[in-house]
Design a protein around this ligand. Structure first.
Ligand SMILES: [Zn+2]
Length: 439
């Protein structure tokens, strides 16, 4: 079922995700996170950091600058090959990704487009110019002078910020191998035609790990990271196993230096799409840095005294892709007492609020006072608790269902008598009475 539009509409209505620069008519390929969206996004990022960095002894965090020396992108190959095939319509002069005009490969030619009678999505003519490679890095200028020597790029991936710091980390904290370096941060790619909500945007947040291993052990470490990644997706992000699929990327589609890449795909509302990837990158990046910088990046094993350039396994995931997976897995519509409702069945650890507290009536000061007491108590214990005394109880439940609050706590006249409250469950809509102390 493709309910992307319903999810996009819910996200805007409830302050989760807005189109970027909405007030000025938008900015293609950008999205802004509202008060509830940033809460979910931050929880996703914190859970990832907690799982991969804080709870482990072998993975360390770093946070590199977005602007990097342009030599970085020459050495990494981005300057030469980080591009998509671009073609222009001879009739309306619209520009499109050539391989998206039909069932074409990334190496599609003008002749193939003409032979297949591929139509322009805008004017429906078939009149194509030559296909050329369009580099997707965002260019900018650093400093007061604007010329060829001041060119810099907004980083197209966070990974190079890790590789360029590998030597500093090894020389400063002497980690035992295997070890990983993890980073979260913004990355930018100038997509020719951004689409599919937050799946293909021009500015995104990445969470990447470069895991450095002895070359002889890459296979077992790859398996281990793949297992741990699945555990993270199903047990921490609570994504349904049935919607996750491993795709072994065939040799012809892998980077030339990689002997194995697994894409983990997810069943999004608009079809099966890549959620994340785990790639064996051999010593490709460190060797490139060694050649380009002249600095020795060999690792010396403290126990065996062996010296070698480590190989790397890279689990890489986009925060927005993960968040869309979480939102679409949680989105549901059902019927409660004969009327339809929209409900976001977010796991407790990712919901913006754990509880919503409200007095049954907002004009009865004794109820409001007691409710405030419960609200303060729960907020002290859990942190993310919200207050709602607007409209009637039914309307409050609907609103909390839509933003994914697992439990609503209502203070009524019985509370004043016996110290119990009504707790209404988001998923079942069932109400139970329990003592305040049991919350
Ligand atoms: Zn056209």
């Amino acid at each position: 079922m493709n309910n992307t539009e319903e999810i996009v509409s819910l996200c805007k209505r409830r302050g989760i995700i807005f189109p970027g620069s909405d007030v000025y008519g938008g900015m293609a390929g950008t999205w802004d996170f509202g008060p509830l969206g940033v809460a979910i996004k931050k929880k996703i990022m914190d859970e990832w950091w907690n799982f991969w960095v804080e709870k482990r002894d072998d993975i360390y965090g770093i946070d590199a600058a977005i602007l990097m020396n342009p030599r970085t992108w020459v050495a990494s190959g981005h300057t030469a090959t980080f591009s998509d095939p671009l073609v222009e319509c001879g009739n309306c002069h619209g520009r499109f990704r050539a391989d998206h005009l039909g069932d074409f490969s990334e190496h599609v030619t003008r002749q193939e487009l003409m032979d297949a009678a591929a139509k322009c999505p805008t004017c429906h003519q078939c009149d194509w110019g030559e296909v050329r490679q369009f580099n997707m890095m965002f260019e900018t200028h650093v400093g007061a002078v604007k010329n060829d020597t001041s060119v810099a790029y907004l980083r197209p991936e966070t990974a190079q910020g890790i590789f360029t710091n590998y030597k500093n980390v090894v020389d400063s904290i002497y980690p035992d191998i295997p070890f990983g370096l993890a980073q979260q941060g913004k990355a930018f790619r100038n997509e020719i035609s951004p689409r599919d909500f937050i799946l293909r945007d021009r500015e995104c947040s990445q969470m990447e790990i470069e895991y450095f291993v002895h070359p002889d052990t890459w296979e077992e470490n790859f398996e281990k990271l793949l297992d741990e990644t699945h555990y993270f997706l199903t047990d921490v992000m609570k994504l349904p196993k049935s919607k996750l699929h491993d795709l072994e990327v065939p040799a012809e589609d892998r980077a030339h230096y990689s002997k194995r890449t697994v894409d983990i795909e997810f069943d999004y509302p608009n079809g099966r799409e890549e959620l994340m990837g785990i790639a064996y990158r051999s010593d490709f990046d460190l060797q490139n840095i060694m050649k380009a910088s002249g600095k020795n990046v060999e690792y010396r094993d403290k126990n065996t005294k062996e010296t070698f350039v480590p190989h790397v396994i890279e689990p890489s995931i986009g925060v927005e892709r993960l968040m869309f997976a979480v939102l679409s897995a949680a989105y549901d519509e059902d019927e409660i007492d004969g009327s339809r409702r929209v409900v976001l069945r977010l796991p407790e650890n990712l919901a913006p609020f754990r509880f919503c507290v409200s007095p049954l009536l907002k004009n009865k000061s004794e109820l409001v006072e007691k409710a405030k007491f419960v609200y303060d108590k729960l907020r002290e214990k859990y942190g993310n608790v919200t207050w709602d005394d607007s409209g009637n109880i039914g309307k409050r439940y609907r609103k909390q269902d839509e933003i994914g609050t697992p439990k609503c706590v209502v203070i009524d006249f019985d509370t004043l008598e016996d110290g119990t409250v009504t707790v209404r469950d988001r998923d079942t809509a069932k109400q139970t009475r329990i003592k305040i102390e049991e919350l």
